[in-house]
Design a protein around this ligand. Sequence first.
Ligand code: UDP
Length: 323
Amino acid sequence: MILVVGGAGYIGSHLVKELVEKEEVVVLDNLSTGHREAVDNRAIFVKGDLGNVDDLLMVFRSYPIKAVMHFAANSLVGESVVDPLKYYENNVASTIMLLKVMMRFKVKNFIFSSTAATYGIPNVDMIDETTPTAPINPYGRSKLMVEQVLADFSKAYGLKYVVLRYFNAAGAHKSAVIGESHDPETHLIPIVLQHLLGQRDKVSVFGSDYETEDGTCIRDYIHVTDLASAHILALEALLSGEKSAEIYNLGNGLGYSVKEVIETCERVTGLKANIEMADRRPGDPARLVASSQKIDDELGWKAERNLEQIIADAWKWHQNQTY
Ligand code: UDP
């Protein structure tokens, strides 16, 4: 059985939907930002808190867990700057507690959701896993700290792990029964689509004087279903013993500017957006684009869905959003 912590969240729920086809799954989630409706009903759901050792012990005593996939984290850069305690407590301290309980129950396989924010403001066009990490905010630091803990636990206790550094997760399940639903929503694609549905009066473009071709920030958008398939390959590589301590970037390898994303949303939906140029958002690097060559070479993973597909699937979800 696989324990998916944070399996009611955006990325976790998409992973669970794929994973239940292959494995028995138990989801632990406190529903602080996740949605019970997002959890596939073939998975067992336990409402509980990662920060509560009794909840963890109960899950590990009740189910024969062979691997843990950990998605439960706070992930807003701005919030992490004003409330770093929340990030170090929920993202670092609670993860250490989870690892401690795993060690006690001799569960040695761990897949960890990390982020492009570990790279800070990198000085390269294509970020690969050898690009130095230098996070510029508590969110990125909290993820990097756990990565370092994992490396030490691997050497000392034989923990086996794969760290997956996501670039910009977006899109929705092709069935449109699950998708992205954050409150507040801060991400570009859902904001543009909500605007095109009449739920917001405009889209603010945060900065148009960056050193990029059209002056707006460039990001690497990756379909949430492609992220899910990478997790399944990583899990198989751990369980087969093929991998024991790896870090992989997950992106499309293609950069799109904020303006290009808005234009693609307009093309896919056939609607016109009302755009306003706004100030830069603090902490936004001009360009973040991944090389995912390593996971392609080692596990045979490639992103299969392009920006149009991402936006088309997100659009289906937003038109029919149920939670
Ligand atoms: N962005 C924007 N307007 C918005 C939301 C985001 O211009 O209403 C920009 C943001 O500054 C960044 C890009 O869109 O350059 C992607 O931001 P998002 O929050 O989706 O992801 P991030 O890259 O911060 O993880």
